[in-house]
Design a protein around this ligand. Sequence first.
Ligand SMILES: Nc1nc2c(ncn2[C@@H]2O[C@H](COP(=O)(O)OP(=O)(O)O)[C@@H](O)[C@H]2O)c(=O)[nH]1
Ligand SMILES: [Mg+2]
Length: 382
Amino acid sequence: MPSTIRARRLYLDQEQSLWMLRTISLRNWRKNLPNRLSIQEYKQGVLNGERSVLARAITLVESQRSVDRKLAQTLIQSIVPHTGHSFRIGVSGLPGVGKSTLLDALGMLLIDKGHSVAILAVDPSSNMGGGSILGDKTRMHRLSHEPNAYIRPSASGSSLGGVAQKTRESILLCEAAGFDIIIVETVGVGQSEVEVSNMVDCFLALMLPGGGDELQGIKKGVLERADIIVINKADEERLMLARGTLREHRAALHYLRPRHPTWKPVAMMTSAITGMGLEELWRTIQEHKQTLISCGALKELRSEQQRLWMWRLIEDGLRDRFFEHPIIQNLLPRYEQEVQQGIRLPTQASSLLLASFFQEEHDHVYPQRITNIKSNSSHEDR
Ligand SMILES: Nc1nc2c(ncn2[C@@H]2O[C@H](COP(=O)(O)OP(=O)(O)O)[C@@H](O)[C@H]2O)c(=O)[nH]1
Ligand SMILES: [Mg+2]
């Protein structure tokens, strides 16, 4: 310790800064370390409806790390017996149509009626760092303070087609945590809404009054998947326009093939701001549910969801195995470059990559049988 007062103070300042730096780097280091629980802790926490454990379990199923994927699979298998008793609703629509605002209002109405509601907001076009996702939680400010509600925004910007699988698993986790209504919010563009419509019991398509002809193409695809079409923002100066849009949609519905033979899709108006039409919307969702139950379609729908889930898992599993394989990681950049330069045909490159992958997989499964064959032939055929 220095002797003069000034030098001592300087020394102490330096010590303090060093200590602070050490604390910050330790905290950052801890933050980067995946903080995982045991399967039993995840399972028990989720079944007890503990929010913090549910959130961590969803983080686990969203993780891209292969160790996490294995842990997540075991967790999902262990909770499956406790799932299947919620009603699953999908809500789709272009950004800005009012999905989050509507869900805040509808969610509050459902909480008042004694339900518990989980909302999974899927936005494959957005990353956690910005965009609409962060706005979502603030748009659902009333609901986010409710003890019987759980809101989970999911950014899946970087994942390759894995959105669906993760959302499915998150739905199961929320069901196991005891929520009786699960709503998946998704942007009304691209593959995500097709995927979401395949994993829910009731699919809502939100539209704006007027809309615009340029969107009709997008709309048609959405309309074919919708059980209920909701013209939102039917308030103030847009009310008249909304009435016109409602009439147009009701007329268009006659020409569409319904998603289920027993349910003819309906169109209605809402205002997420004034609450107009929300009670009617909930009544219609329940009617839809009763129709599906009474004719046995809900059971069929669920078994179809299971079948599609299996196929999704197979596709995702094959893709992950392929891209993670060292031989593919080794060959792929070169082949890709050669294809780009025109030295190799895409058909040839893809067959060679697939052949190498399957040969490696085969060698891995039957190591003894192929030792002799392998010694005679080179693995890579150029
Ligand atoms: N006037 C009016 N504005 C609405 C309504 N619903 C949502 N909004 C507004 O529209 C904007 C986008 O809403 P948001 O819920 O974030 O849309 P999302 O991107 O579909 O989730 C926000 O400024 C909302 O306040 C509505 O029914 N009426
Ligand atoms: Mg939103």
